[in-house]
Design a protein around this ligand. Structure first.
Ligand code: DX5
Ligand code: ZN
Length: 219
């Protein structure tokens, strides 16, 4: 079973981006989560290619890019060029998810789709054979530091059943309101990858907090 922590750089100190990226690089986290927001798909704007390239330079870890943008097709290949190992776009942001998956894979990266809290995971059934990852949003996308939406538990369990019964290799990632208080249960419910922003970066010792997010499972 996969047990990966993907700290979200949205909660890092942008005045010390290099320092914070190197801290994650030296931690037990295997992935780095990058949130791209365009101010249209979500009511917030984060950062784009130059910042992603700077993070890429500071760490060779697996770069997990979460696009909260409209018309993702236009930019998918450029995110791969900027260093993304995995590009995840939103199901709600495109009319042609299959075409978007193909663009990402042709560019040489892994492909993921994310669903907002109100979108049922069942809409992804036919796409699972082509998907490396499904990202379940457990808060409304747009901001860090929100509370975990309880309805997300059932979505994780349903998706776990869909993946296992179809013998797919798709990973389940969850994003929003994740902390050491719910990480063990999330892994138990069937998640493979946990995104954590404020829980990691607001902790007095972020590296210890990352270990706690993983360790809690083993206890
Ligand atoms: C929200 C982003 C998240 C965010 C999570 O739209 O997709 O990745 O950084 O932040 P926390 O872990 O603080 O809920
Ligand atoms: Zn995210």
């Amino acid at each position: 079973m996969t047990r990966i922590i993907s700290p979200s750089m949205l909660s890092a100190d942008f005045g010390h981006l290099d320092r914070d990226t190197r801290m994650i690089d030296a931690s037990a986290a295997e992935w780095i989560h990058i949130d791209v927001m365009d101010g249209v798909f979500v009511p917030n704007i984060s950062f784009g290619f130059p910042v992603i390239k700077a993070i890429r330079k500071a760490s060779p870890k697996f770069m997990d890019v979460h696009l909260m943008i409209v018309e993702p097709e236009k930019y998918l290949a450029r995110f791969v060029e900027a260093g993304a190992d995995l590009v995840t776009f939103h199901y709600e942001a495109t009319d042609d998810p299959r075409g978007a998956i193909r663009i990402i894979k042709d560019a040489g990266a892994k492909a993921g789709i994310s669903v907002k809290p109100a979108t049922p995971v069942e809409v992804l059934e036919g796409l699972l054979p082509e998907l490396d990852l499904v990202l379940i949003m457990s808060v409304e996308p747009g901001f860090g530091g929100q509370s975990f939406i309880e309805g997300s538990w059932e979505k994780v369990r349903t998706l776990r059943r869909m993946i296992d019964s179809g013998h797919h290799h798709t990973l389940i990632e969850i994003d929003g309101g994740v902390s050491a208080a719910n990480s063990a249960q999330l892994f138990d419910a069937g998640c493979d990858v946990l995104v954590a922003g404020s829980a990691v970066f607001s902790a007095p010792d972020p590296k210890a907090e990352i270990e706690k997010l993983i360790m809690n499972y083993e206890l």
